[in-house]
Design a protein around this ligand. Structure first.
Ligand code: GAP
Length: 448
């Protein structure tokens, strides 16, 4: 893990948040390369969820959340971790992180009894701080998908099965944030709520587990580093009938990358008006505050159905960390030399192509390189960088280390015959390509 953390800082993937004032625990900032990789990962998820299918709509909802949403969702009552204090060193620990009744910090056995600690952040809304005018920062992106169920259906009609997807920030006041960006207090989720007919939920649950495993593989996560965990009944979240966690072998151990839950009709049933007139399977609290009927009419039987929900919910930061871990390698070269390579899938690479003028101060070569950068940037998706250091060897090493799939060198011959050298990150092989062919070559070879 230390090597990854060091690479992330050195090359501008991830910085500690608020570092110049000593930082703030459990928060990280994404630097120039980190933001590109993160956006590419999210874009890949969005494409697979929305563009590649026609039965899912995307939305982007507010982070500040009316407390009623999180009351009826069950989060006010149940979204907590058992916490205990060490009376000796005053540290706080999650009960499941304390082994043999000893403080993990100082070893003392003088600990308080565990008590629930709600993980939601509250903030004041409006100018008066009277205790009632507060909102929560959403602890999951899912809830405003449920509260928008009718809005989405009214504006984009669908019949079952169909889904609503959202990606964005979520906030949890984790008691012990740790393991770099694995467990943090502010993070991003990529969540799909897929609504199905009651009775078809178990079949769809299986399909989504398969779908998500395939997608992670396409992001470069090898099968050998993945395990499925069927969450036992006594560990299930309050809304879940069954959850399968996709576990990844992180450098610090096997931990959850994504959860795929069968949330039954708990959420729509909890947030809907007219609960008595609907058939709701889950045990839900009485709701007399909602003004929307969160159900769908079966066009054949005319019966109103509260759909069941299958929810694949992935963490962006956890995906980011797993992908970096998979991609990072140190290769032995000739004469005892080594090189560090980030073998990222090209669609995830922060920089797609680096254009390198052979001579830093040669006006004709630099000007030609700028033209090539402009042409490629207009045609390809993602960042094309002009890397004008004048030291081609050093620039290759840098781009190997940050995962750039291809580097293009512009030299004196380019000025004569319009050809450039393209050097491949993984094989280090170089080929000469005419400028008219470069775009097609890159698109076909790297799918960028
Ligand atoms: N809507 C369901 C839900 O939020 P969850 O298992 O609590 O379920 C889903 O979270 C995913 O969000 C996890 O699999 C993980 O990838 C990510 N996640 C949860 N808490 C996190 C944290 N503190 N830091 C980073 N990622 C987190």
């Amino acid at each position: 893990m230390e090597e990854l953390v060091s690479l992330c800082k050195r090359r501008g993937f991830i910085f500690q948040s608020n570092e110049i004032y000593g930082g703030l625990q459990g928060l990280y900032d994404f630097g120039p390369l980190g933001v590109e990789l993160k956006n590419n990962l999210k874009q890949s998820w969005w494409k697979s969820m929305i563009y590649d299918r026609d039965d899912v709509e995307g939305i982007d909802t507010s982070i500040l959340t009316n407390p009623l949403v999180l009351r009826f969702s069950g989060h006010e009552d149940t979204f907590s971790d058992p916490l205990l204090d060490c009376r000796s060193c005053k540290a706080r620990w999650r009960a499941d992180h304390v082994k043999k009744n000893k403080c993990p910090g100082c070893g003392s056995e003088d600990l308080t009894e565990p008590r629930p600690f709600n993980l939601m952040f509250k903030t004041n809304v409006g100018p008066v701080e009277d205790g009632d005018s507060f909102a929560y920062l959403r602890p999951e992106t899912a809830q405003n998908i449920f509260t928008n169920f009718k809005n989405v259906l009214d504006s984009s009609p669908h019949s079952l099965p169909f889904g609503i997807a959202q990606m964005g920030k979520a906030f949890r006041n984790e008691i012990t944030p740790r393991n770099f960006i694995f467990r943090v207090r502010e993070f991003e989720q990529m969540e799909l709520e897929f609504f199905v007919k009651p009775g078809e939920d178990e079949e769809w649950h299986k399909k989504w587990v398969e779908n998500r495993l395939k997608w992670w593989e396409e992001q470069g996560i090898s099968k050998e580093n993945i395990e499925l965990y069927e969450v036992p009944n006594d560990e299930l979240a309050h809304y879940s009938k069954a959850t399968t966690d996709i576990m990844y072998k992180y450098p610090h151990g096997l931990e959850e990358l994504e959860g795929i839950a069968n949330r039954t009709d708990f959420d729509l049933g909890s947030h809907t008006k007219g609960q008595n007139e609907l058939r709701i399977n889950a045990k839900v609290a009485k709701n007399s505050q909602s003004n929307a009927k969160l159900a769908i009419q079966d066009l054949n039987t005319k019966e109103w159905v509260v759909p069941f929900v299958i929810e694949p919910s992935a963490g962006v930061e956890r995906g980011f960390l797993a992908i970096l871990n998979e991609a990072y390698r140190i290769e032995d070269l000739e004469e005892g030399k080594k090189r560090t390579v980030l073998g990222l899938k090209p669609h995830l690479a922060p920089i797609k192509v680096a254009i390198m003028p052979l001579k830093r101060n040669d006006e004709s070569i630099v000007s030609k390189s700028k033209d090539i950068k402009g042409l490629l940037q207009a045609k390809l998706t993602g960042r094309i960088l002009l890397e004008n250091t004048g030291n081609i060897g050093k620039s290759y090493r840098k781009h190997d280390e940050i995962g750039t799939p291809a580097c293009i060198t512009v030299d004196f011959q380019t000025l004569d015959d319009e050809t450039v050298t393209i050097r491949d990150r993984d094989s280090m092989k170089q080929i000469r390509v005419h400028l008219e062919e470069v775009n097609t070559y890159l698109t076909e070879k790297y799918r960028i």
